[in-house]
Structure formats: C-alpha cells, structure tokens
Design a binder for this molecule. Structure first.
Ligand SMILES: C[S@@+](CC[C@H](N)C(=O)[O-])C[C@H]1O[C@@H](n2cnc3c(N)ncnc32)[C@H](O)[C@@H]1O
Length: 199
C-alpha cells in the first residue's frame, strides 16, 4: 500500500458521470476541486509519484456515496491537465462498480471505485498515522514522518464535522501547513513537499 495517501472529502462532488466537461466546475458539484488534487498528489514534472495514492470521497448527488481511489504505483496514462483528469473521472464513474460493502473494485489500471465513503477508505488504509489538515491545527512540521501516512482534506466548503469527529476518534492528529487558508490542491502540494524534504 502507498506510503502517502491523500483523502479528499467532497461534500458536494458528484458521485456519477452526469457532468459536462465543458462546464466541469458548474455541473459537477465542484468535483474540479478534487480533480486538481489528483494532479497535486500523483504527478511531478515528467513522472508519477509511485509511492502515493489519492482517494476522492464523492458525497454529492443520488449515486453518493462513492469513492475513487487512484494509486500512483499502477496508474497509467495520467495527464496533468484538468480536462484530462475530468474525462478520466467521468469514465470511471460510468456504470456500477460493486455494491456497498464490496470495497474497492478495479476499473482501470491503478484506479478502483467503492460504493461507500469515508468508511470504505478507512477499511482500505493500512497506516495508523492519520492527519486531518486544517488551518487551525498544530504546525505540521514536527509531526510529519518520513514514513508518510494518510492525510484528510476538505473541499471548497471545508471539512465535514462528522467526518472530523470520526477521524479524531481514531486518533487522527489535526495539523496545519500555515496560517493562511489555501486551496485544497495547494495543501496537497505543500504536504508532499514537506514529506519529500524529510524522506
Ligand atoms: C479551501 S479550504 C476550506 C475553506 C473553507 N472556506 C472553510 O472555511 O473551511 C479546503 C481545505 O484545505 C485544507 N486547508 C486549507 N488551508 C490549510 C492550511 N493552512 N493548513 C492545513 N489545511 C488547510 C483544509 O483541509 C480545508 O478543509
């Protein structure tokens, strides 16, 4: 399993393929916020982070909850531009991929879909180092470990309080990458960089 896992909880992100590529932000419940995190978590200049994975928890629309997992170890043909990632997500969200309780069902190389939300992610993770990213947390520097961990982030409307409570009950630590509220994908980049620097 990946050393670094980024889990983005999309409170309104559409859990189906019913969005328009020509108006991705306006028709997808802001799935575009999560799509940008795929690039930030998995792609570097001329390469893929093979030790990283990203989970997109999709809580919007009648097909919710569903979660897309993309593992850098196995993914193929992942491109950095947002439209390509939107197209990829639309393809993997087409049709049914298992039922609740089935866990992650492979759809393409390195990409799997689960018919569940945070519970499906927590059942899939192998690390016990859980971090909730939040502006009000303690400084991430000093808490992060080279071994990585699982990093949970909110979307354009922040972090769901129930999800936060669930993670804290599991021993998650709330950490901040600085005093300024950043875009979610920027936080993923900053955390990745911090881990790179201590690896
Ligand atoms: C755009 S921010 C959320 C802004 C939203 N308006 C709010 O008030 O919660 C999206 C997510 O990025 C993460 N985030 C943003 N800035 C951060 C920071 N300085 N440190 C840690 N996490 C941060 C948090 O997980 C947050 O839920």
């Amino acid at each position: 399993m990946s050393a670094r896992s980024f889990v983005i909880v999309g409170q309104t992100a559409l859990a189906s393929d019913a969005f328009l590529l020509n108006d991705f932000p306006g028709t997808s419940g802001r799935l575009d916020v999560l799509a940008r995190c795929v690039r930030a978590a998995l792609l570097v200049s001329h390469g893929v982070r093979r030790d990283a994975a990203v989970y997109l928890v999709l809580l919007g629309g009648p097909r919710a909850p569903r979660t897309v997992r993309i593992a850098g170890a196995d993914v193929k043909f992942l491109r950095p531009d947002e439209r390509s990632i939107a197209t990829l997500l639309q393809k993997v969200l087409t049709g049914d991929h298992g039922a609740a309780g089935d866990g992650f069902v492979p759809v393409k190389p390195g990409i799997a879909v689960a018919a569940g939300g945070l519970d499906a992610v927590l059942a899939d993770l192998t690390t016990e180092s859980l971090y909730v990213l939040d502006e009000t947390g303690s400084d991430a520097r000093g808490h992060l470990r080279s071994a990585g961990g699982a990093f949970f982030l909110g979307d354009h409307v922040g972090f769901n309080p129930d999800a936060r409570a669930q993670l804290l009950s599991l021993g998650a630590r709330t950490v901040s990458v600085g005093p300024v509220s950043l875009h979610t994908d920027d936080v993923v980049s900053v955390v990745s960089n911090e881990l790179d620097r201590i690896a």
